[in-house]
Design a protein around this ligand. Structure first.
Ligand SMILES: [Zn+2]
Length: 181
């Protein structure tokens, strides 16, 4: 039974089917069509309880500070560390790639881990300083490889795979932290 799962029910006029989103370690949102009965919803949540519990447990194992709300204070606190990680790891990986870029910037972004611009700036979220190193590496290599391929084509992933053969696993591990690359 699903009594151990606490969730917030949201009714939506637009929802056609039930949807479960796990926004945080303790925030499960179930979106349901406006007229769907609570019994049907409850049964659906119960049928997904193993999946929900494993997701929540995964999130609980991640370090606390990843879940801090973005704040100016955190940004100030971790900015230098994030820049250090980015510079060090880019120097390491770019020995292999040899891409041209102009500068590295650390930003306080809510929805992105990193991005890069055609003018040669490569930006990272300050939270890369808080990630386990293998995931920070994935984000860094991902953005760096955009200087070779400005898209997510097969060629792009082949570039990423040159230094991170298990990039698919890394990408999957990063998903669920609610930000894009
Ligand atoms: Zn990308």
């Amino acid at each position: 039974m699903s009594e151990e799962i606490t969730y917030t029910l949201k009714r939506s006029i637009r929802a056609r089917a039930l949807r479960i989103s796990i926004l945080n370690r303790d925030q499960v949102i179930v979106t349901a069509p406006r007229t769907m009965s609570e019994r049907v919803i409850e049964r659906f949540v119960t049928s997904k309880s193993d999946w929900i519990i494993s997701k929540l447990e995964y999130l609980k194992r991640l370090p606390d500070h990843l879940f801090l709300k973005n704040s100016k204070k955190d940004f100030q606190k971790y900015k230098a560390a994030a820049l250090g990680v980015a510079e060090r790891r880019i120097a390491f990986f770019n020995k292999i790639y040899g891409f041209d870029f102009k500068k590295i910037v650390i930003r306080d972004q809510k929805t992105r881990w990193g991005s890069c611009s055609k003018t040669g700036t490569i930006s990272f979220n300050y939270k890369i300083a808080l990630l386990p190193p293998h995931l920070a590496d994935y984000i860094i290599v991902h953005e760096l490889c955009h200087f070779g391929e400005m898209n997510h084509s097969r060629k792009f992933w082949a570039l990423v795979g040159r230094t991170l053969p298990d990039f698919k696993l890394l990408r999957r591990e990063l998903n669920g932290k609610g930000m894009r690359q």
